[in-house]
Design a binder for this molecule. Structure first.
Ligand code: SF4
Ligand code: SF4
Length: 267
């Protein structure tokens, strides 16, 4: 009996040593730069950088496969830290972006084409005639974006339009990607004035369904002293690089669909 026990013990010892030797000999060396970069990242694993997680991004940036400012939640501070770890220069003057809902047509301003009583998810609601809103471009207000935001930056308002807190938004794009109406966009934080509508319908159609939709009248474009506004497909848009934030457009817009100061709440 003692013989087999000793034999097994010897085998166990042998494999133990063999494993310890193999783990030392074939251990993959970790690049200290990758470790340092990983530590400097927010660790949200949100995928905004286009990589499956923070460590994959850290490896890619250390290899020079992606730029030091690829981590949007980390912003300028993280980009600067990564640049220092890698010993490269980084232009700190880069612009920052936050998400904005390009629609003010909550249930108090925009008509509905039918009563929807299905699953409370914007993607599910889209399966019935592209949603219940009378405006085919408008926010459905069931809060799918709120659920997906990893930074708790989105909160549904009583009128069914999401409020996005610019202080909390890290620009990860998750809400932009999930919104089935494609009504969320990233805006340059330097520009205060924005046209909060997404409708490409003609003015007549917009007026029938929504009190605060852009009718493409062009008053804003005519008043803009620096030609920052263009009207395309019946919708006005403000060029963030040209806009001087004079506010003339907001003052005269007959539909009140231009907001300022990253003023996200409606009414
Ligand atoms: S922004 Fe898009 S996802 Fe969010 S509530 Fe509106 S339709 Fe739904
Ligand atoms: S003035 Fe208002 S409604 Fe007219 S085009 Fe400009 S944003 Fe649209």
């Amino acid at each position: 009996m003692i013989g087999p026990v000793l034999g097994l013990g010897a085998l166990g010892l042998f494999f133990g040593f063999a494993l310890a030797f193999a783990s030392q000999k074939f251990a993959a060396e970790t690049d200290p730069k990758v470790e340092a970069i990983t530590e400097s990242l927010p660790g949200a694993n949100c995928g905004a950088c286009g990589y499956p997680g923070c460590s994959a991004f850290a490896e890619a940036v250390a290899k020079g496969e992606t730029s030091v400012d690829g981590c949007t939640p980390g912003g300028k501070t993280t980009a600067q830290e990564i640049a220092e770890i890698l010993g490269v220069s980084h232009d700190e003057s880069e612009e920052s972006y936050v998400a904005e809902v390009a629609c003010l047509g909550g249930r108090d301003h925009c008509k509905e084409q039918f009563d929807y009583d299905g699953v409370q998810d914007c993607r599910a609601a889209m399966m019935y005639s592209n949603g219940f809103k009378a405006c085919e471009y408008g926010c459905l207000g069931l809060g799918t974006c709120e659920e997906v935001c990893p930074f708790d930056a989105i909160e549904m308002q009583d009128n069914g339009i999401p409020y996005i807190d610019p202080e909390k938004c890290k620009g990860c794009n998750k809400c932009v990607n999930i919104c089935p109406k494609q009504v969320i966009r990233m805006i340059n934080t330097k520009t205060e004035h924005h046209v909060r509508c997404n409708s490409l319908d003609k003015g007549k159609v917009v007026k029938k369904v929504c009190e605060v939709g852009c009718i493409g009248c062009g008053i804003c474009a005519k008043l803009c002293p620096v030609d920052a506004i263009t009207i395309e497909n019946n919708l006005a848009s403000i060029d963030s690089h040209e806009c001087i934030n004079c506010g003339k457009c907001k003052e005269k817009c007959p539909q009140d669909c231009i907001t300022s100061d990253l003023e996200y709440t409606t009414n």
